[in-house]
Ligand binder design. Structure first.
Ligand code: GRF
Length: 204
Protein backbone atom coordinates (compact mmCIF):
# COMPACT_ATOMS: atom_id res chain seq x y z
CA UNK A 1 0.00 0.00 0.00
CA UNK A 2 1.51 3.34 -0.97
CA UNK A 3 1.94 6.00 1.68
CA UNK A 4 -0.01 9.27 1.67
CA UNK A 5 1.85 12.04 -0.10
CA UNK A 6 2.72 15.20 1.83
CA UNK A 7 4.09 18.54 0.62
CA UNK A 8 5.73 20.70 3.29
CA UNK A 9 5.87 24.49 2.92
CA UNK A 10 8.56 26.40 4.82
CA UNK A 11 10.17 29.83 5.01
CA UNK A 12 13.02 29.37 7.44
CA UNK A 13 15.09 27.04 9.55
CA UNK A 14 12.88 24.04 8.95
CA UNK A 15 13.28 22.40 12.36
CA UNK A 16 9.66 21.23 12.11
CA UNK A 17 10.36 19.87 8.65
CA UNK A 18 13.29 18.00 10.20
CA UNK A 19 10.95 16.46 12.78
CA UNK A 20 8.71 15.25 9.94
CA UNK A 21 11.70 13.87 8.01
CA UNK A 22 13.10 12.08 11.09
CA UNK A 23 9.78 10.53 12.07
CA UNK A 24 9.05 9.50 8.52
CA UNK A 25 12.34 7.57 8.60
CA UNK A 26 11.33 6.06 11.95
CA UNK A 27 7.97 5.01 10.46
CA UNK A 28 6.17 7.16 13.02
CA UNK A 29 4.98 9.65 10.43
CA UNK A 30 2.76 7.60 8.14
CA UNK A 31 3.49 9.60 5.02
CA UNK A 32 6.02 10.28 2.31
CA UNK A 33 7.30 13.85 1.98
CA UNK A 34 7.28 14.28 -1.78
CA UNK A 35 8.20 17.98 -2.00
CA UNK A 36 9.44 20.85 0.15
CA UNK A 37 8.50 24.37 -1.00
CA UNK A 38 10.17 27.54 0.23
CA UNK A 39 9.45 31.16 -0.64
CA UNK A 40 12.94 32.06 0.64
CA UNK A 41 16.10 30.94 -1.10
CA UNK A 42 18.19 31.09 2.09
CA UNK A 43 15.79 28.94 4.11
CA UNK A 44 17.92 26.30 5.82
CA UNK A 45 14.99 23.91 5.50
CA UNK A 46 15.85 23.58 1.80
CA UNK A 47 19.23 22.11 2.82
CA UNK A 48 17.51 19.75 5.22
CA UNK A 49 15.25 18.55 2.40
CA UNK A 50 18.14 18.09 -0.03
CA UNK A 51 20.12 16.17 2.59
CA UNK A 52 17.15 13.85 2.95
CA UNK A 53 16.86 13.38 -0.82
CA UNK A 54 13.53 15.22 -1.01
CA UNK A 55 12.69 17.34 -4.03
CA UNK A 56 12.61 21.08 -3.41
CA UNK A 57 10.91 24.04 -5.03
CA UNK A 58 12.01 27.62 -4.41
CA UNK A 59 9.02 29.77 -5.26
CA UNK A 60 9.53 33.48 -4.47
CA UNK A 61 6.85 36.16 -4.54
CA UNK A 62 9.17 39.01 -5.52
CA UNK A 63 9.27 38.34 -9.29
CA UNK A 64 5.47 38.48 -9.31
CA UNK A 65 5.48 41.78 -7.41
CA UNK A 66 8.19 43.20 -9.69
CA UNK A 67 6.16 42.25 -12.76
CA UNK A 68 3.02 43.85 -11.31
CA UNK A 69 1.34 40.48 -11.01
CA UNK A 70 -1.09 39.74 -8.20
CA UNK A 71 -0.80 37.68 -5.08
CA UNK A 72 -3.65 35.51 -6.44
CA UNK A 73 -1.56 34.74 -9.55
CA UNK A 74 1.37 33.74 -7.35
CA UNK A 75 -0.77 31.45 -5.19
CA UNK A 76 -2.51 29.99 -8.21
CA UNK A 77 0.79 29.20 -9.99
CA UNK A 78 2.16 27.76 -6.76
CA UNK A 79 -0.93 25.57 -6.43
CA UNK A 80 -0.41 24.29 -9.99
CA UNK A 81 3.25 23.46 -9.33
CA UNK A 82 2.33 21.64 -6.12
CA UNK A 83 -0.55 19.79 -7.79
CA UNK A 84 1.96 18.07 -10.10
CA UNK A 85 3.18 16.18 -7.05
CA UNK A 86 -0.33 14.83 -6.37
CA UNK A 87 -0.29 15.57 -2.64
CA UNK A 88 -2.83 14.23 -0.18
CA UNK A 89 -1.96 16.97 2.31
CA UNK A 90 -0.08 20.28 2.43
CA UNK A 91 1.68 21.00 5.72
CA UNK A 92 2.60 24.65 6.39
CA UNK A 93 5.49 24.41 8.86
CA UNK A 94 6.72 27.95 9.34
CA UNK A 95 5.35 29.11 5.96
CA UNK A 96 5.19 32.87 6.37
CA UNK A 97 2.68 33.60 3.63
CA UNK A 98 -1.05 34.06 4.05
CA UNK A 99 -2.95 32.33 1.27
CA UNK A 100 -5.00 34.64 -0.94
CA UNK A 101 -7.48 31.81 -1.39
CA UNK A 102 -6.03 30.05 -4.45
CA UNK A 103 -4.29 27.30 -2.48
CA UNK A 104 -7.38 26.64 -0.37
CA UNK A 105 -9.52 26.51 -3.51
CA UNK A 106 -7.18 23.99 -5.12
CA UNK A 107 -6.70 21.80 -2.02
CA UNK A 108 -9.88 22.24 0.05
CA UNK A 109 -9.62 20.64 3.51
CA UNK A 110 -6.12 19.47 2.67
CA UNK A 111 -3.93 22.24 4.12
CA UNK A 112 -2.81 22.37 7.73
CA UNK A 113 -0.75 25.00 9.51
CA UNK A 114 1.45 25.05 12.59
CA UNK A 115 0.99 28.08 14.85
CA UNK A 116 2.99 28.78 18.03
CA UNK A 117 0.01 29.73 20.20
CA UNK A 118 -3.24 28.16 21.33
CA UNK A 119 -6.55 28.44 19.40
CA UNK A 120 -7.95 31.94 19.35
CA UNK A 121 -4.87 33.43 21.02
CA UNK A 122 -2.07 35.55 19.56
CA UNK A 123 -2.55 35.17 15.79
CA UNK A 124 0.13 36.50 13.46
CA UNK A 125 3.87 36.20 13.13
CA UNK A 126 4.77 36.92 16.78
CA UNK A 127 2.71 34.37 18.68
CA UNK A 128 5.47 33.42 21.13
CA UNK A 129 6.62 36.99 21.84
CA UNK A 130 3.03 38.20 22.29
CA UNK A 131 2.22 35.36 24.70
CA UNK A 132 5.42 35.96 26.66
CA UNK A 133 4.58 39.66 27.02
CA UNK A 134 1.05 38.75 28.19
CA UNK A 135 2.56 36.40 30.81
CA UNK A 136 4.88 39.15 32.00
CA UNK A 137 1.85 41.42 32.42
CA UNK A 138 0.27 38.69 34.56
CA UNK A 139 -2.54 38.00 32.07
CA UNK A 140 -1.88 34.33 31.29
CA UNK A 141 -0.20 31.31 32.91
CA UNK A 142 0.34 29.23 29.79
CA UNK A 143 0.53 29.42 26.05
CA UNK A 144 1.27 26.58 23.65
CA UNK A 145 1.01 25.60 20.04
CA UNK A 146 -1.55 24.20 17.65
CA UNK A 147 -1.96 22.69 14.24
CA UNK A 148 -5.16 23.72 12.51
CA UNK A 149 -6.90 23.46 9.17
CA UNK A 150 -6.18 26.45 6.97
CA UNK A 151 -9.09 28.74 6.18
CA UNK A 152 -9.05 32.28 4.85
CA UNK A 153 -8.88 33.83 8.35
CA UNK A 154 -5.36 33.98 9.80
CA UNK A 155 -4.41 31.18 12.24
CA UNK A 156 -8.10 30.45 12.79
CA UNK A 157 -9.24 27.16 11.18
CA UNK A 158 -10.48 24.15 13.13
CA UNK A 159 -7.69 22.86 15.40
CA UNK A 160 -6.41 19.33 14.78
CA UNK A 161 -4.32 19.12 17.95
CA UNK A 162 -2.90 21.47 20.56
CA UNK A 163 -0.21 21.34 23.25
CA UNK A 164 -0.17 23.62 26.26
CA UNK A 165 3.18 24.87 27.52
CA UNK A 166 3.04 26.42 31.00
CA UNK A 167 5.17 29.41 31.93
CA UNK A 168 7.57 28.76 34.78
CA UNK A 169 9.29 31.13 37.19
CA UNK A 170 12.46 32.49 35.63
CA UNK A 171 11.44 31.76 32.04
CA UNK A 172 13.20 33.97 29.51
CA UNK A 173 11.81 34.59 26.05
CA UNK A 174 14.56 32.41 24.60
CA UNK A 175 14.01 29.59 27.05
CA UNK A 176 10.25 29.67 26.62
CA UNK A 177 10.62 29.75 22.80
CA UNK A 178 12.73 26.62 23.01
CA UNK A 179 10.01 24.86 25.01
CA UNK A 180 7.42 25.85 22.42
CA UNK A 181 9.60 24.59 19.58
CA UNK A 182 10.14 21.26 21.35
CA UNK A 183 6.37 20.90 21.74
CA UNK A 184 5.86 21.87 18.10
CA UNK A 185 8.22 19.15 16.87
CA UNK A 186 6.01 16.49 18.47
CA UNK A 187 2.75 18.19 17.60
CA UNK A 188 3.49 18.57 13.88
CA UNK A 189 4.08 14.84 13.50
CA UNK A 190 1.01 13.80 15.54
CA UNK A 191 -1.19 16.31 13.72
CA UNK A 192 -0.04 15.32 10.26
CA UNK A 193 -0.88 11.71 11.07
CA UNK A 194 -4.28 12.74 12.48
CA UNK A 195 -5.13 14.89 9.48
CA UNK A 196 -4.17 12.07 7.11
CA UNK A 197 -6.24 9.55 9.08
CA UNK A 198 -9.27 11.77 8.68
CA UNK A 199 -8.67 12.01 4.95
CA UNK A 200 -8.15 8.26 4.61
CA UNK A 201 -10.16 6.71 7.46
CA UNK A 202 -9.61 3.03 6.62
CA UNK A 203 -7.64 1.52 3.77
CA UNK A 204 -6.61 3.93 1.14
C1 GRF B 1 7.53 27.77 14.22
O1 GRF B 1 7.63 28.31 15.51
C2 GRF B 1 6.15 27.95 13.68
O2 GRF B 1 5.15 27.79 14.63
C3 GRF B 1 6.23 29.37 13.21
O3 GRF B 1 7.49 29.46 12.59
C4 GRF B 1 8.38 28.57 13.25
C5 GRF B 1 9.05 27.72 12.21
O4 GRF B 1 10.16 27.07 12.72
N1 GRF B 1 5.12 29.74 12.39
P1 GRF B 1 11.03 26.10 11.80
O5 GRF B 1 11.34 26.80 10.50
O6 GRF B 1 10.22 24.83 11.58
O7 GRF B 1 12.26 25.82 12.60
Amino acid sequence: MSQPRVVVLISGDGSNLQALIDESRNNILNAEIVLVVSNRKAAFGLERAKNAGIQTLYFPLKPYRDAGRTREEYDSDLASSIAEFKPDLLVCAGWMHIDSGALIARFPGRIINLHPALPGEFPGAHGIEDAFAAWQRGEILRSGCMVHHVIKDLDAGEPIATKEVPFEMGDTLEGYSNKIHKAEHELIVESTNLALEKLHPINR
